[in-house]
Design a protein around this ligand. Sequence first.
Ligand SMILES: CC(C)(COP(=O)(O)OP(=O)(O)OC[C@H]1O[C@@H](n2cnc3c(N)ncnc32)[C@H](O)[C@@H]1OP(=O)(O)O)[C@@H](O)C(=O)NCCC(=O)NCCS
Length: 182
Amino acid sequence: MTLAWKMIEKRDVNYDSISIIRLGPERFADFRVLRLESLKAFSEAFGSSYEEESSFSDEVWKARIVNMLFALYQTSLIGMIGFLPRSRVKTRHIADIFSFYVSETYQGIGVGSRLMEKTLLNIESNREIEKIALSVNCDMKAAVHLYKKFGFAISGRLIRELNINGKFYDEFIMEKLIKAPS
Ligand SMILES: CC(C)(COP(=O)(O)OP(=O)(O)OC[C@H]1O[C@@H](n2cnc3c(N)ncnc32)[C@H](O)[C@@H]1OP(=O)(O)O)[C@@H](O)C(=O)NCCC(=O)NCCS
């Protein structure tokens, strides 16, 4: 029995009831709740802030939700991940990953890994994408560990990239090549 499975039992979460889904714009309010929760609970994990995003209009949330995958448990959204291929001609072979989050109660039982697996499958089915990129606060150990587990490598460090109430954090740039360079 794996450690993850023991933890699932402990938390009494029925893992088979967790599904990874897309949501239409009509569910924007649920997305907003989860995103604002993430910005409040893990402010240092994200470049954006609760204060900025809490003033976004409904239309902004409806537009953003189409780039997201969600983890659903029973009737609750418990996690999410965003990914989007870049649109400019010279960089549209790159997809960015962002807004990756699992609610604290459900962390450490494999939900994030399932979100990442599904994202990679989606990205890899797009023949134009050759590289996936993201940035992550160097202090977010679980996130960095998970990205490495899925084949992302650190390709750079941005010094003092985030300023959160006067405390500075470095970020790693992490990348994963989908196709070997020819
Ligand atoms: C990153 C995050 C989405 C992962 O979700 P999750 O559901 O907990 O992920 P999983 O359970 O699938 O995997 C977590 C992994 O991190 C590991 N981990 C947990 N805490 C860790 C720590 N302090 N140091 C190193 N690894 C750690 C776990 O052991 C597990 O690895 P394993 O699969 O090799 O055993 C979640 O931790 C989170 O929301 N963090 C806060 C927000 C954040 O950092 N987002 C990333 C923004 S770039």
